[in-house]
Design a protein. Structure first.
Length: 534
């Protein structure tokens, strides 16, 4: 009887732990503490059992522990399947029970954007991706979720880098606004002109690479990545790893690329990330990376740059503060953000622009004719070519840099989208890849038609969904710098060369090789550059 009562009590405790504690609020960052608490509780109970304080043997105590865990998870599964406020939303049954389902689909080929699109084709505009998560492909959701007047907040995905928090991942709106002011100063028109020297230097090295490989296949995916990374590393630390010069991946490049795949895995399982950070051996690469960041910051502080860089303003803001440990961590996060956010989106967009132009000689020739009549390839001159921006916009529409969208949490009172009310404290996101290809928004949505941005506005039915740099208070602060880099690289290369796809490489191979690691990762793109006869 005593064992039966103990089992019943353990089950009740498990159910109560879920209903009264874990069902409410976010517990992702507290996951190691929760584990340690339960481990200490079990250890104490085992000790008490050994000295016969509980009246239960060790085996009986472990049985009770099993009943506690069973009660906890039984309550969790029942609630998610039948009582949760998202029960009325369609989606895979397993997705309603655990986030491991969508994670498994994500990491199988690292093509989450395609998996989400399949789910929307099967279930409609509103799909339950996880126990408390909705993917929404309703065009009206874009403004409601991301607009400047939206009361949504950033979701638990933005805790992945805690305690080092770059401005992009700050969840508190007031703190984000405070830190964003400094970043805004780093991307004024005057500031951008100051960065032109560094961009020109990297473009010169990129042109030298192409010149050495003219009329032979060269994988430009790699070289565009090296270009974008060298530029942003220079803007962050006033020095570069010179990957363009040496043709080899640097430590920081390889590490950040690896981290992107880790982020893809942890995107829907943020509670696992704190374990990785705190577990000896497992966290060795993590700690090594942040030591590297600290070393770069220390060197940058000692060496004042001759040319303006982004980090100067961030460092000045840090020096005006109290220099707490959290502020130092945030500076680390911002340094990382400059490099990775500014390089991945730029390189993947450039790669896809060249993919489309290399497959369309007529369009490439039209662009070259417009470049030929310019007095020079200075960026201000490139702004006079609508076709160039049309090609870039159409590329970003078909291949958004963040294809699965960014995560938000609905306010406690919920969120109304059209005539539909979304419950409060629900994770929501709009998949960019899906809505950018929605026939309700674009005519012939899967076709590459740059004219829709110039002479054929009738091909755009709802321009409001097109937010490649996001909108509202979280809009990409580096948008103008990114576009400047993209325009200049495209112009410099197409002004000098005719560009074609290497023999044996197909459109399908490239399109099927894209990967989603939060940002879009480009597959190899072998191109042949032939000097133009002008």
């Amino acid at each position: 009887m005593q064992l039966t009562n103990a089992r019943l009590l353990a089950s009740i405790c498990g159910v109560s732990a879920h209903v009264l504690v874990f069902r409410v609020g976010e517990w992702d960052l507290a996951s190691p503490s929760i584990f340690v608490f339960h481990a200490l509780l079990v250890a104490t109970a085992l000790f008490a059992s050994r000295v016969q304080l509980l009246g239960l043997s060790v085996s009986e105590l472990m049985t009770c522990l099993g009943y506690y865990v069973a009660g906890l998870y039984a309550s969790m599964m029942m609630y998610r399947a039948y009582l949760h406020r998202l029960c009325k939303y369609p989606g895979p049954v397993l997705a309603s029970l655990t986030n491991f389902y969508i994670t498994a689909r994500s990491v199988s080929k690292f093509q989450l954007f395609k998996e989400i699109q399949k789910l929307h084709l099967q279930y409609g505009d509103y799909v339950r991706l996880g126990p408390s998560e909705l993917s929404i492909a309703d065009p009206k959701a874009v403004e409601a979720i991301y607009g400047s007047k939206s009361r949504t907040t950033k979701g638990p995905w933005y805790t992945l880098l805690e305690p080092r928090t770059p401005v992009f991942m700050v969840r508190d709106k007031r703190e984000h606004a405070r830190r964003r002011k400094t970043w805004d100063l780093a991307f004024t028109t005057k500031a951008l002109h100051g960065y032109d020297f560094r961009i020109t230097k990297a473009i010169t090295e990129l042109l030298q690479v192409v010149d050495r490989h003219q009329e032979q296949p060269i994988n430009m995916t790699t070289w565009f990545s090296f270009f974008a990374f060298d530029v942003m590393e220079d803007l962050a630390f006033n020095k570069t790893s010179h990957m363009l010069r040496h043709g080899q991946e640097s430590y920081i490049f390889k590490t950040m690329r690896g981290d992107m795949y880790s982020m893809a895995f942890f995107s829907h399982l943020p509670w696992l990330m704190p374990f990785l950070k705190r577990t000896p051996v497992l966290n060795s690469n993590y700690l090594k990376f942040w030591r590297w960041i600290q070393n770069q910051i220390d060197e940058r502080i000692k060496n004042t740059p001759d040319w303006p860089d982004i980090f100067s303003l961030l460092l000045a803001d840090f020096n005006r503060g109290s220099k707490t440990q959290q502020e130092r961590w945030d500076l680390h996060g911002d340094a990382q953000l400059i490099v990775i956010a500014g390089s991945e989106s730029v390189s993947t967009t450039i790669t896809h622009v060249f993919f489309h132009l290399a497959h369309d000689a007529h369009l490439a020739y039209a662009l070259q004719r417009e470049l030929d009549v310019l007095p020079g390839l200075a960026h201000d001159n490139l702004l006079k070519i609508p076709l160039l921006d049309a090609v870039i916009h159409e590329t970003m529409r078909l291949h958004p840099a963040v294809p699965s969208g960014t995560q938000r949490v609905t306010p406690p009172e919920g969120l109304t989208i059209g005539e539909r009310h979304i419950p409060g404290n629900i994770i929501v996101q709009v998949p960019s890849y899906t809505v950018f290809r929605d026939a309700r928004c674009f005519v012939q949505p899967n076709d590459f038609i740059p004219e829709r941005w110039t002479t054929r506005p009738d091909l755009i039915l709802d321009k409001s969904v097109f937010i490649p740099f996001n909108i509202g208070t979280s809009a990409c602060v580096g948008k103008r710098l990114a576009l400047m880099e993209i325009r200049r690289v495209v112009a410099e290369l197409f002004w000098r060369y005719d560009v074609g796809i290497a023999p044996g490489h197909t459109k399908e191979a490239f399109l099927e090789g894209k990967q989603d690691t939060f940002t879009l990762m480009s597959p190899p793109l072998p191109l042949i550059f032939t000097p133009r006869n002008r």
